[in-house]
Write a protein that binds this ligand. Structure first.
Ligand code: MSP
Length: 656
């Protein structure tokens, strides 16, 4: 009998920054798979969560002056945080694990101890390289041009007392698992793993650190924290209740049916994770699927490149379903794909607005117009004209299922849209508006044409549910499909709607997008988001280099009174000051502050100037000294304030 349970996971996300559209990709795919499996009648466990330990988080928290726990809390639970994002994207996860959850922490300590006690974890000294952003250890031979082979960034020397996991012991078994079974897909990723990691010789893995504290303590050796990947990978079993009392589903759902993971973390999931499970004596997950990346202009999305795409902005502009649909319709799941706003708009306009949206609105409005919203029972079939469409729809579920079982979302959707396309042609072939001219003769035929179109919409909407849950439910509502007509079972059958079905007119599901306008708005929104992400206030760091007192005393700071202030011709920046410096002779200083001050507002003010700088010519005029001001950056813009002194300070007074 078919296994009616299905356990699927996403990687648990690092809450080190806000998530971007690339992160959303895997979670949306996992959600579509989980919904598909539920639709087919499986009992599904869909797990996602956050991976909250490690040096990177500790460093980031320090940078912003909060504790690591406060830092991760704000990114996970805060406004527009990870939980908000999954809610927005309509993600139907059954469980959410945080690796800082107590039950997980104590389970990891037990897992670590088990592997220690069975001799697979031993103490040694770690000498190698560490990539902080990736939280990965590398041996010299694994580096590419001396840099991290995953992200290409600089690595650091690392040497410390550490525990090691006997990964080498499992090399043969892992090689067999990868080469001789379907454990890892797509197949292309197998060669990469075997050639790059196993054949050069699997080395034991450093699994504890002592140089930072934000991790799960090794309870039998204080000072050591568990390597973040050992902590993170185990989430897939602790979230089911392995070695803890918080949950009790381990025997029900383990082994997982599939771990969906991005291609750069396939190594951890297809080598380290199975080895850990072998050491623990637990069954291995049935499959690891390494999906491709969403790229931007052919390159990686990253905060440092400033090119990350905000899923909130896209979902707000185009709708959650449209965004979910685009991600899975456009890119083959196993390969990389280039994300662009143009492609997003194009997919929405072609597939959703033109093809699906039009089919729905034309059909529902014709049933309204020609039959007052409810079809008559008398309907005339015409096999010559109907059978191709009917056959296509009747066999659609099978073709779709075949693709979905392979995680080929794009192909599954392509099957649906072939049918939608065919149905739009069917309207033109049968020209309902011509039939409607003579309802007495053609009424039954017209009713049958309408019925067939409603059936197409019914089956397609059921199969689209995993991708666009809200819109698919709305399609089913508008075509009058009851619950029984909306099941997986019924998606494999033709003529399930009652003949006298009544439609419900509703909103246009997918309005056409004006591409030029939308692209402009997106640019503006991205610009505004970039600005909003800038720190409110940026103060230049203090200089490390010391200046001796005698050198300092050589600078002659004086109070000066502004007798006159004028703009300098042909200069947008400069103001020319005539100053009383207490000597009896006027002093002229030019200052580049026109952006912040109007000349007239400064007349009469007492300012601070350094008066023993050598004279300098600017725009052909001499400047003897410099006015002192305070500068800082606010929301990315430089701000300047002159030091304006108390008026009772006389001109010429020395500042010291
Ligand atoms: N914390 C680890 C996973 C631990 S699983 C036991 C991690 N977190 S992550 O937040 O950096 O990445 C989470 C997932 O997002 C990874 O699978 C990664 O491949 C995926 N993506 C990040 N950027 C991506 C794209 N631009 N495109 C597609 N997926 C990408 O790794």
């Amino acid at each position: 009998m078919e296994n009616r349970r299905f356990y699927i996971t996403t990687p648990i996300y690092y809450p080190s920054d806000k998530l971007h559209i690339g992160h959303t990709y895997c979670t949306v795919a996992t959600d579509a798979m989980a919904r598909y499996k539920r639709l087919t009648g499986c009992e599904v466990m869909f797990l996602t969560g956050t991976d909250e330990h490690g040096q990177k988080i500790e460093d980031k928290a320090r940078e912003v002056g909060v504790t690591p726990q406060q830092f991760v809390d704000s990114i996970v639970q805060g406004d527009r945080g990870i939980l908000d994002l999954w809610k927005l994207m309509n993600i139907s996860n059954d469980r959410f694990i945080r690796t800082t959850d107590d039950y997980h922490v104590s389970a990891i300590q037990k897992i670590f101890k088990k592997m220690h006690d069975n001799g697979d974890i031993y103490k040694g000294k770690y000498v190698g390289k560490y990539c902080k952003p990736c939280e990965s250890f590398w041996t010299d031979s694994q580096l590419v041009d001396g840099k991290c082979p995953d992200c290409g960034r600089e690595v650091q020397d690392a040497e410390e007392e550490a525990y090691f996991f006997k990964l080498s012991k499992y090399a043969d078994k892992i090689q067999h698992l990868l080469e001789d079974t379907d454990f890892l897909e797509p197949r292309s990723r197998v060669n990469e793993m075997v050639n790059n990691f196993i054949k050069p010789g699997l080395e034991d893995l450093c699994v504890s650190r002592t140089s930072f504290t934000w991790g799960i303590p090794v309870d039998f050796d204080p000072g050591h924290v568990v390597y973040v990947w050992v902590d993170a990978l185990s989430n897939y079993i602790t979230a089911l209740g392995y070695d803890n009392d918080r949950y009790d589903d381990y025997s029900k759902f383990w082994p997982a049916d599939v771990h969906f993971v991005g291609k750069e973390i396939v190594r951890f999931h297809s080598i380290i994770w199975p080895a850990m499970l072998m050491s623990l004596g637990e069954p291995l997950p049935k499959k690891v699927f390494g999906h491709g990346w969403l790229l931007l202009d052919g390159g990686k999305m990253s905060k440092s490149k400033g090119n990350v795409v905000d899923p909130y902005i896209l979902a707000e502009m185009f709708g959650v379903d449209a965004l979910r649909f685009f991600l899975l319709r456009t890119f083959p799941f196993g390969s990389d794909g280039n994300f662009s706003n143009e492609a997003l708009i194009q997919t929405i306009n072609v597939d959703l607005a033109n093809d699906l949206g039009n089919l729905l609105s034309r059909t529902v409005s014709m049933v309204g117009k020609y039959f007052g919203g409810q079809l008559p029972a008398e309907q005339a079939e015409d096999p010559d004209k109907d059978s191709e469409l009917v056959d296509m729809v009747s066999s659609l579920r099978g073709r779709y299922e075949e693709q979905m079982e392979k995680f080929a979302f794009q192909n599954g959707l392509a099957e649906i849209f072939k049918v939608i396309d065919r149905a739009n042609k069917y309207i033109d072939e049968n020209a309902p508006w011509v039939l409607a001219k003579d309802m007495e003769t053609n009424g039954p035929r017209l009713a049958c044409v309408m019925y067939n179109l409603l059936e197409v919409l019914r089956v397609c909407a059921i199969l689209l549910t995993p991708f666009i849950p809200t819109s698919a439910a709305e399609v089913l509502r508008q075509i009058g499909a009851c619950e029984k007509c909306s099941t997986w079972e019924s998606a494999g059958q033709w003529a399930v709607l009652p003949k006298t079905v009544a439609v419900v007119r509703g909103e246009n599901l997918f309005p056409r997008i004006d591409a030029d306008k939308a692209l402009k708005e997106l640019d503006e929104a991205a610009e505004a988001a970039k600005k909003a992400a800038l720190p409110d206030l940026e103060i230049e760091p203090q200089l490390e280099e010391k200046v001796d007192f005698d050198t300092f005393c050589k600078s002659d700071f004086r109070a000066v009174k502004v007798k006159d202030c004028q703009p300098v011709k042909k200069s947008e920046k400069l103001l020319r000051f005539t100053l009383d410096d207490g000597t009896g002779t006027d002093r002229q200083i030019l200052s580049g502050i026109a952006k912040w001050y109007k000349p007239e507002e400064l007349i009469g003010k007492t300012l601070m100037a350094i008066v023993n700088l050598p004279p300098r010519k600017m725009m052909g005029q001499e400047s003897c000294g410099m006015l002192i001001s305070a500068v800082h950056t606010e929301k990315g813009e430089e701000q300047l304030n002159l030091l304006i002194l108390d008026d009772k300070i006389p001109a010429g007074a020395k500042m010291c």
